[in-house]
Structures are given as structure tokens and as C-alpha cells.
Design a protein around this ligand. Structure first.
Ligand code: ATP
Length: 664
């Protein structure tokens, strides 16, 4: 297990013990990664427009199926059809709505999976299969999912060594182990039903991932626990590694006729929920961080899905987004709150879980709502000020003081003089958030992904890896487990293609932060200045809309206009009309003027902050070996809040950030 220091979050993901990543259901995945001694590291990439995934619409899919004479019916997230991959079944015409329709085609991406044979592929693969079938070629060999190879073997090895919790040496050991995980009230019968085991040597619970066909072991999750005062800190490891771990825990226990399910964020919640209510329950493989579309076919049978993911605002936000993918009409959401903690806690506190489930709110969106419907949301925001403020940077405490945090749905515009280190800074700023579980998508048009990943890996390791190549694998392995994706665009691109790719990434990977470096690469070659301004306005507007519609933060690098080199940049120095700064929620400027405070110093200026109005500047200290910009530790308080963006960086370190002011 890698030695990543504990963090504040009650649950965090550690790198998997070993494994492969296959990016199941993700047509754009990087391909197989081998065991722990590998040298290559690859993050998943998204395609350029000429890449392998032309967007397909559900209308086109329907037309194609009709034209090919393939019967289908409309599900919640997928179209259901008889499978081509099951011998003979494709020829028959089962009645509409039949459970024998085992082929699921994702309405958004066209990707398919056959739940009977576990064949899967892209929309293009599907069309190719249909053609081959017409030519009489058998379909059996297409991408079987259950080749879990190395990870499967490793999992089997651990599984065989783990014991059922109720078969430990004595009752006392069982009780101690249960207490350690906060599951003293969870009965042996429940643990047995879900097949939970205990790995004595590592003092971890072991949750199995069985193939949906109920045969082989595909992987497992190991859960460790540390008690800190009254709270239990859980540490997770999965086999295969998180990016390839697609276990809907509890799936083999779901009956064909079950039409309702409760989705939880943790296996322990599912145990508690089942024991308390007897209702079918599944837990998502990576909690509230994502709902991979590859899981959607397995949720199609449910007419009603209740999402009860956790007790914090982040889980609530995630539940709202997941309901969109699942089809909000069938979803209800349990709102986190003191009287509605997560299922395990509610169970431990002796609360009535059925009652909490009954109070779940329908996710169906209505465009006109009254304050009465909003008041609980308003209360939630008022009572969770810290969480509402967003994810805090770990490396830039001064940025937290000004911006308070990184929030979904906002647009940040970032500018600075040419060559001042914009890419280097924005890379670390995004990496910091990504390391805290913010699913991040990079659009680097100026420098290629290898160079960018090299900068990021150096910043991640906080050292010059060129001179310590023996450490490369260790850092690359950890880096690989970050929820980080890259678009494969390079050079000029149309905004339409970029936005389409971003939407695809949001659907596939639940991206909540997109970084675009930089806007000028979407501007095309228009010669006329007026046109260029209009084009830029249009692009900024498109990113703004994307951020709002997808509840996703967009950080957009824009070059400044050519200005007097002696003068500080201001909000008005951003290239183009005023649109960029008007649309932005935050404007950040990297100031590189060599001020009296030190040679070569940079300052970060927050010149607009729509969230609470605090603006100001703070110095950054660049470390060349690690390419990082930490805030200097020496000296007194460094942050200076200023009245407006004409406020120049401080000539001396100001005391205590006095002079703070709010800006409308
Ligand atoms: N504060 C700094 N002091 C010295 N060198 C720096 C600093 N920040 C970045 N650099 C180095 O300067 C070079 C340019 O940095 P970077 O590409 O991040 O700048 P940029 O502002 O994005 O450039 P451009 O305007 O071309 O987009 C890199 O080699 C980087 O390592």
C-alpha cells in the first residue's frame, strides 16, 4: 500500500494494490496496464474530433435499429434490444418489454453491453457486428468482459485467505472487528448474505465483486478502518484499481422482479440499509465521486431508484447529477442533514430508515418552483457554509482565504503576461484539486499532453524526477489513480467539438472541473478584429453555459492584450471585449512584475470573486526543480485584500490582510 498521508475526508481512496485498467464501457480508454512493476503510465484521454468517437444521437440509433429490423424498446438510460450475441436470440422477436432483451444501448453514447454474454463495445462496434451477422459471421468472440486476468487472480488469492467474519477464532475477536468498522449492529446473517469477509492479517473487510452472471470473482474492495475519537476513518483499496472497478455491490442479490432499489455510496451503508428495511440495495463502486455509464444497464430494471449517498453537500450535489443520468423521473433523493445521516449512521443511532426513505424528494426537475420547495435547499446552504464554499486548495491557503474554495458550476478566467508561468500555475492549481477527488478534464491546446503530464507529475512528486528515475514508477503509479483525463486535441479546434467532448466526458467520468489552456486556440483564423471579438465573446458564452448547465467548473486561460510592459495587468487587460470578465465568476491574474519584494517574484491577483466579493493579491514562490508555486512560508501574513483590481501588489508584506472589502 502506498504511503499517502491521511486527509481530512472521512473516506478516501488509496491506490490499488496492483492491477489493470481496462476502462470498461469507455471506448476511449488507454488499454491494458499491467502489474505493479510497469513503466508506462497513461491517463485516459478523450478523442480529437477526427478520433474514434463520432457523436451519435438517440434518434440516429433508433433509425438504425428500425432500418435493420431490430426490435427495441425505450428504457430510462438505454434502449433495450434482443442480443445479437446470444445464439439464436437475435433472430427471435420476444414481445416488447420482455426481460429477454439483454442488449442495452446507451442513449447518450451508443455504447452497448449484452448482460447475458457480457459482450460490450462502442456504437461503431455494434454496427459492425450487425453487418457481420448479416454476413453470417458468428458473434461470440466480441470483447468479453470477464477476462479479469491478473487482477482477478490477485483478488482470488486474497479472497481465499479471507475468512467470514463470524468464523473468526472467537466471539470476542468478531465483536472487536465489527466495532472497529462501526458495524456492531450489523448481523452475521446480513454479512453472510452479502458475502463479506475479513482479512485478518491486514485487518480489513473484504467485499467481493462477482460477475453479474454470478460465476467468477472479478475483483474486490478492501476496507480498512482507523478510529479517530468518535469517528471512524475508512481507507479503501480496490482490485482492479479504481478506474477499472465497476462493482455495483449487492447486484447478485437483486431479483429479476425487483423494481425498486436504494443506491448508497458505501458497502457498509448497503448492509445497514438492507438489514433495517429489507429493501434491495446497491452501493456505487466509487461512492459519490462518479456513476460510470457502464453501470446503467444494470439499473434499467428499476422503476424507482432512491439515492442515499452520504451526509454531506457533495453527496447531495452528486445525487442530483446522477439522477440526470438515471432519468430523474424514476429517482428520489435523500437530502443529507442531521436527522438524515448516511444509512449506517442512521442505523447505528436507531433511527427509522424506512421513514427517511419515505421522505426522499423526487428528482424530477420543474422549471417553476416556489420558495417553499427551495427553503430546505436554502437552509442546507446556510447551515453548511464551509461545504458550500467548495473544495479547498491544499497548496494555496491564500487562495482559500480569497476565493473560499473551488465550486461547481463556476467559470474562472485566468490570465497573465506571455511566458509568465500561466500553464505551470494552472497545472498545479488543478492538480491540487484533483488530488482531493475533483474529477478533472484537461484541454491543453498549446502544449502536448506528454509535456503537460510531465509538468504535473513533477509537481505531484514535488521533485525533479529526471535525476531520480528510480522513483518514477512509484510516483507514476500514484499519479495514475488520480481522477484525471486529457482531451487529445492539439492546436486549433472548433468550440463545438471541444464542448461536445466536454459533455461526453461529464457523462462518462462525472467531470467537475475542466481546464482549457487556452481560449485563443478556439478562435480560428478570422482576420477582422471585430470578428475576433465577436468570436471570443461567443466562445466565452459557450463555456459559461456549459459550466452552468453541467454544474461543472471551467477554468479558462486567456492571453492578455498587448499592453505597456511596465504596467500591471488588470481585469480590463484580458484580451477581447468585457464579456470574458463579465461572464466569469472569478478572474485570476498572474502578475510577474519584478517588484521590490524580490527578484523574479510572481503574484497571484484575484481581481473578481462573485461568490463573496473578496479580492486581493498574494505572492507566489516558484521552485524550479519541482515546478511548483507554493506560497512562501517565511514572513508575516502575506495576503492582501484590496478594494478593486487597480490595487497593485503590495510593496511590502502587509499585516494581517487588513483593508478587506467586499465588491459587488
Ligand atoms: N515563476 C517563474 N519563474 C521562473 N520561471 C518560471 C516561472 N513560472 C514558470 N516558469 C518557467 O517558464 C516557462 C514558461 O512557463 P509557462 O509555459 O507556464 O508560461 P505561460 O504563461 O503559460 O506561457 P505562454 O504565454 O506562452 O502561454 C516554463 O519553462 C516554466 O518552467
Amino acid at each position: 500500500m502506498m504511503g499517502v498521508p491521511p486527509c481530512r475526508a472521512p473516506l478516501r481512496l488509496l491506490p490499488a494494490l496492483a492491477g489493470w485498467a481496462r476502462g470498461r464501457g469507455a471506448p476511449l480508454s488507454t488499454g491494458a496496464l499491467t502489474g505493479p512493476s510497469r513503466r508506462h503510465y497513461k491517463k485516459e484521454t478523450l478523442p480529437a474530433s477526427e478520433g474514434p468517437i463520432p457523436p451519435v444521437t438517440v434518434t440516429e440509433i433508433r433509425q438504425y435499429l428500425r432500418a435493420q429490423g431490430i426490435p427495441f424498446h425505450d428504457g430510462y438510460s438505454c434502449l433495450h434490444a434482443p442480443s445479437l450475441f446470444v445464439e439464436g436470440l437475435g433472430e427471435q422477436k420476444p414481445p416488447a418489454g420482455s426481460a429477454r432483451y439483454s442488449l442495452f444501448i446507451d442513449k447518450t453514447t451508443g455504447s452497448f453491453v449484452c448482460t447475458a454474454t457480457l459482450a460490450e463495445g462502442t456504437w461503431q462496434d455494434f454496427q459492425a457486428s450487425v453487418e457481420l451477422k448479416h454476413k453470417g459471421v458468428p458473434q461470440a468472440g466480441l470483447q468479453q468482459l470477464d477476462g479479469a486476468d491478473q487482477a482477478g487472480e490477485d483478488a482470488r488469492h486474497i479472497w481465499d485467505r479471507a475468512l467470514p467474519l463470524w468464523e473468526l477464532l472467537d466471539e470476542e475477536e468478531t465483536q472487536t472487528a465489527k466495532a472497529m468498522f462501526g458495524i456492531s449492529k450489523v448481523s452475521d446473517a446480513t454479512l453472510k448474505r452479502f458475502g463479506v469477509r475479513y482479512l485478518r492479517t491486514a485487518r480489513t473487510l473484504v467485499f467481493p465483486w462477482f460477475s453479474p452472471r454470478g460465476t467468477g470473482l472479478k475483483g474486490l474492495k478492501l476496507l480498512g478502518a482507523e478510529c479517530q475519537g468518535d469517528t471512524v476513518l475508512y481507507v479503501e483499496n480496490t482490485l482492479p484499481r479504481p478506474s477499472a472497478y465497476y462493482n455495483l455491490f449487492g447486484l447478485p442479490l437483486i431479483g429479476r422482479r425487483d423494481t425498486e432499489v436504494v443506491l448508497t455510496g458505501r458497502e457498509l451503508d448497503t448492509l445497514a440499509l438492507y438489514q433495517a428495511t429489507g429493501l434491495p440495495s446497491l452501493s456505487l463502486p466509487r461512492g459519490a465521486t462518479c456513476l460510470p455509464p457502464a453501470l446503467l444497464p444494470y439499473l434499467e430494471q428499476f422503476k424507482r431508484i432512491t439515492l442515499w449517498l452520504g451526509e454531506d453537500l457533495r453527496s447531495w450535489e452528486a445525487a442530483k447529477l446522477f439522477a440526470r443520468k438515471l432519468n430523474p423521473k424514476r429517482c428520489s433523493l435523500v437530502r443529507p442533514g442531521d436527522q438524515q445521516p448516511r444509512p449506517l449512521e442512521a442505523f447505528t443511532r436507531g433511527m427509522n430508515l424506512s421513514k427517511i426513505l419515505r421522505s426522499a424528494l423526487p428528482a424530477g426537475h420543474k422549471s417553476i418552483i416556489s420558495f417553499r420547495q427551495l427553503r430546505d435547499e436554502v437552509f442546507g446552504e446556510l447551515s453548511n457554509v464551509e461545504q458550500v464554499a467548495g473544495v479547498k486548495w491544499a497548496r494555496f491557503p491564500e487562495l482559500n482565504k480569497l476565493l473560499k474554495g473551488h465550486r461547481k458550476g463556476e467559470l474562472t478566467v485566468f490570465t497573465g503576461p506571455t511566458g509568465s508561468g500561466k500553464t505551470t500555475f494552472i497545472s498545479e492549481y488543478a492538480l491540487d484539486l484533483c488530488m482531493q477527488g475533483v474529477n478533472t478534464l484537461w484541454g491543453s491546446f498549446e502544449i502536448n499532453n506528454v509535456r503537460l503530464a510531465k509538468i504535473m507529475l513533477t509537481q505531484f512528486a514535488v521533485r525533479r524526477l529526471e535525476e531520480q528515475l528510480d522513483q518514477f514508477d512509484e510516483w507514476a503509479d500514484k499519479f495514475e489513480d488520480l481522477p484525471l483525463y486529457f482531451m487529445t486535441f492539439h492546436g486549433h479546434q472548433s468550440i463545438k467539438t471541444v464542448i461536445e467532448t466536454m459533455m461526453h466526458a461529464v457523462y462518462m467520468y462525472d467531470i467537475s472541473h475542466v481546464v482549457i489552456d487556452n481560449l485563443q486556440f478556439m478562435m480560428g483564423q478570422e482576420q477582422l478584429t471585430v470578428d475576433r471579438l465577436a468570436v471570443q465573446d461567443y466562445i466565452v458564452g459557450a463555456f459559461r453555459k456549459f459550466a452552468t448547465d453541467n454544474s461543472c467548473h471551467v477554468s479558462l486561460v486567456i492571453h492578455p492584450r498587448k499592453e505597456d510592459e511596465e504596467r500591471e495587468l488588470q481585469t480590463a487587460s484580458i484580451f477581447g471585449s468585457a464579456k470574458a470578465s463579465q461572464e466569469a465568476d472569478n478572474v485570476l491574474i498572474l502578475q510577474d512584475r519584478k517588484l521590490v519584494t524580490g527578484p523574479g517574484k510572481r503574484y497571484l491577483q484575484v481581481s473578481k470573486n462573485r461568490f463573496d466579493g473578496d479580492v486581493g493579491v498574494f505572492p507566489l514562490e516558484f521552485s524550479k526543480p519541482s515546478l511548483t508555486f507554493s506560497t512562501p512560508v517565511k514572513g508575516k501574513a502575506r495576503l492582501k485584500k484590496v478594494k478593486d483590481d487597480n490595487g497593485a501588489p503590495p510593496k511590502q508584506a502587509p499585516a494581517g490582510g487588513s483593508g478587506a472589502s467586499k465588491k459587488q
